[in-house]
Design a protein around this ligand. Structure first.
Ligand SMILES: [Zn+2]
Ligand SMILES: [Zn+2]
Length: 344
């Protein structure tokens, strides 16, 4: 029997099917992997990208492991001036036909000097530096005072919108707050006003008590398949304690987070082959005073089903695989090979 479910954070509705046995490779064909090199993101081809705004290397070595460059084909640019009289875009009503210059900042985080495609293929050192780069770039862009939000996201595989195979994330700093984030904050604020405790604390506590949608718990983080998952094998990673801003994450916790994220993606891939996926990081906007009732979080979205007419028409997603079954499959995924032991 199918069910209607609502996500308490986004307030999106989903229809969860009852295809409890489905494995990822039963939904779509595996994307073709390994584009031929040369590739502009590989070590040695640094001249093919704009000059790095930041880079990270292993201690005592001159070679970069993670490199951040301006996007060569930016969606938004600081060359545009933001209209001082206009309301900030993305979150507010704009007068009809108003043209607002696409002011913003668009960067690419190249996650390895090696030509690999997925976060699960990074070494421990590379993966930790990726999350450190996320934190440091958010903090640096916040400090400019020009932006209200930074969206970090990852497209892996052609079905997920990746135009280059080489492992990378993107960052778009925006002058306004996206509606998706505004809705999440509003849900948390309203829940806190009514129940006097954070929505996330309640949600995580209930998930841990029930256990059926939990994938893993570490000292500071938890990974679970959300109750109202939009997609098969959708996973949310969040801090256990209330922590609204990702940029406040301690350096010591970033290694733990990167191992957990790599483990989750590795499990998805080992369950069904090298599936395409997106990751998004949601964190508190810059100009809101910190409130303990929001938790930053990472949404991992495997692209195994197509967003089709019903979803476009209604905003309601049909997910054929219950998250309880997805979590059970991912928990039983074979133990990872020693990719994390690989030296840099
Ligand atoms: Zn490459
Ligand atoms: Zn979110």
């Amino acid at each position: 029997m199918s069910e209607y479910r609502q996500d308490p954070l986004s307030r999106r509705w989903v229809i969860i099917g009852s295809d409890r046995a489905a494995r990822p490779n039963e939904f779509v064909e595996e994307p073709v992997r390994r584009q031929p090199v040369p590739c502009p993101f590989c070590a040695g081809n640094e001249d093919e990208t704009p000059e790095a705004v930041a880079s990270y290397s292993a201690p005592g070595t001159p070679n970069w492991l993670v490199r951040i460059v301006p996007n060569k084909y930016p969606a938004v640019t600081t060359d545009e001036a933001l209209c001082p009289k206009c309301p900030p875009p993305l979150g507010s009503m704009s007068p009809q036909d108003e043209t607002i210059a696409a002011f913003g900042c668009h960067e690419v985080i190249i996650e390895s000097p090696r030509h690999v495609a997925s976060l699960s293929e990074l070494t421990l050192a590379e993966a930790e530096l990726v999350f450190r780069a996320y934190r440091d770039r958010i903090a640096a862009l916040k400090a400019t005072g020009q932006f209200r939000y930074v969206q970090i996201f990852k497209n892996v595989g052609p079905q997920a919108g990746a135009s280059l195979e080489h492992v990378h994330s993107q960052l778009v700093a925006l002058p306004g707050v996206p509606d998706v984030v505004t809705q999440e904050l509003a849900s948390c604020r309203e829940y806190f006003a009514e129940h006097h405790r954070p929505l996330f604390s309640n949600l995580i506590e209930r998930e841990l008590a029930a256990g059926q949608r939990i994938l893993a718990q570490t000292d500071h983080f938890v990974a679970f398949c959300p109750f109202a998952s939009r997609f098969p094998y959708e996973v949310c990673i969040a801090p256990l304690a209330s922590q609204p801003t990702f940029e406040a994450t301690q350096t010591g916790e970033l290694g733990e987070l990167s191992r957990l994220a790599g483990d989750v993606i590795g499990r998805i891939e080992r369950t069904g082959g090298h599936v395409a996926y997106n990751c998004v990081l949601h964190t508190q906007p810059f100009d809101t005073s910190p409130h303990d009732h929001y938790h930053w979080h990472i949404e991992i979205i495997p692209r195994l089903t197509k967003v089709a007419g019903f979803e476009w028409g209604t905003g309601c997603f049909i997910n054929p695989l219950p998250p309880e079954a997805a979590a059970a499959h991912l928990r039983s995924s074979p133990v990872a090979e020693s990719r994390f032991d690989r030296s840099v």
